[in-house]
Design a protein around this ligand. Structure first.
Ligand SMILES: [Fe+2]
Length: 192
């Protein structure tokens, strides 16, 4: 139980809580363009380029390449590309998506985040930064229309998580009952 997250659900079996993201998978428009974005521009190592053929999802012969770009905790972002253009179109689901549909990844520090922003802008990608109070986020959309968020936590992140977590059910109850007052005091402070 030593590694149980401080989510207040002490009765939950620990083995039902995932230990980390294994991978998040998407379909890419172009393998090399995707590799250039993640490996050359962002510096994530490409740790696998699986070549496979499956009989799945109604397809008798589905030939595909499956790229994995690793993040620091061992998890990865993965991208499929299918050899047959008709099959590729069938399985692709590109953006642009709503900006509220996104993948958020924690980065080590503000310096690294700023460096990423400079690199992305130099390469012609539009970026945006939002201070959420509990974290500061850099947003960019990858060449496949996937919205990415790179966050740097507030220095008091543990305290903030512990406070928010202690009242999460009550906070939800209040919202559902019509309470629209903010409970993000850190964001209010960030705007002062
Ligand atoms: Fe987010």
């Amino acid at each position: 139980m030593g590694t149980t997250p401080t989510n207040g659900y002490k009765d939950r079996k620990p083995d039902t809580i995932p230990v980390r993201l294994h991978h998040a998978a998407y379909v890419c428009r172009d393998l090399e363009q995707t590799r250039k974005f993640y490996e050359d521009l962002l510096g994530w190592p490409m740790v696998a380029a699986w070549r496979e053929c499956d009989k799945v999802f109604g397809e008798d012969e589905l030939y595909y390449c499956h790229l994995f770009f690793q993040i620091a905790d061992g998890g990865a972002l993965a991208f499929f590309h299918f050899a047959n253009p008709q099959q590729h179109e069938k399985f692709a689901h590109y953006g642009p998506h709503s900006p509220f549909v996104h993948l958020a990844l924690k980065v080590a520090d503000a310096e690294g985040q700023q460096q990423m922003q400079r690199k992305l802008e130099k390469a012609g990608f539009e970026t945006m930064v939002i201070d959420h109070g509990y974290c500061v986020s850099l947003y960019v959309t990858d060449p496949n229309g996937l919205n990415l968020e790179f966050t740097v936590d507030h220095p008091d992140a543990e305290k903030i998580t512990s406070k928010r977590s202690a009242s999460a059910r009550e906070d939800l109850r209040k919202w559902l009952a019509g309470d629209r007052s903010t409970n993000n005091e850190w964001r209010v402070q960030a705007k002062v």
